[in-house]
Design a protein around this ligand. Structure first.
Ligand code: FE
Ligand code: FE
Ligand code: MG
Length: 181
């Protein structure tokens, strides 16, 4: 039988459609984002476990949903790295050296503090994905499409957390007003 693909993974048609950008460059960008997703996943996971304070149940539900989204993003990014002939980071120790965004340990479990840290993380994720979108636009259509989908989720995450933060702040303010009366 005649072989269609020669020279291993790098000869694939799917990679040949990249224009003006090297697969290696895209793989490096995606591996950094992949590290961010795992750290974001864990940050949400553990925040949902330890968070304390007003309207805790609503916050836990949101944090848990976001944890699941970040894990789904890690999955999407890893699949794209493999399609490009790369290898997703194999050891978690490399997450910290490659990540774009800082890991914020929830050492203060207060809901407001946890939400502030999570909002910061989402703002970093938005920067990362909008940069990858800019770098791949018109050059790597598939990566551009994937990072655009993830970017839309990160924008939604920021908005969800911000709305929750404002609701809780309003509740606290009303409570204080009643206390003063
Ligand atoms: Fe994400
Ligand atoms: Fe997110
Ligand atoms: Mg949400």
């Amino acid at each position: 039988m005649k072989k269609i693909v020669k020279g291993g993974t790098m000869a694939r048609k799917g990679i040949s459609i990249l224009k003006g950008i090297e697969a290696k460059e895209v793989i490096d960008l995606l591996n950094r984002a992949y590290a961010d997703e795992w750290l974001a996943y864990y940050q949400y996971f553990v925040e949902a476990k330890v968070v304390k304070g007003i309207m805790k149940d609503g916050v836990v539900a949101e944090l848990t949903q976001h944890a699941n989204d970040e894990l789904r993003h890690a999955n999407m990014v890893a699949d794209r790295i493999l399609q490009l002939g790369g290898e997703p980071i194999l050891h978690p120790k490399d997450w910290f050296s490659l990540a774009n965004c800082a890991y914020e340990a929830p050492t203060d479990p207060d809901v407001m503090k946890v939400l502030e840290q999570a909002i910061k993380g989402e703002q970093c994720a938005i920067e990362v994905y909008s940069r990858i979108a800019e770098l791949t636009q018109g050059k790597d259509i598939v990566t551009y499409d994937i990072v655009s989908q993830i970017l839309a989720d990160e924008v939604e995450h920021e908005e969800d957390l911000q709305a929750l933060y404002e609701d809780i702040q309003e509740f606290i303010d009303q409570f204080k007003l009643k206390g003063d009366a």
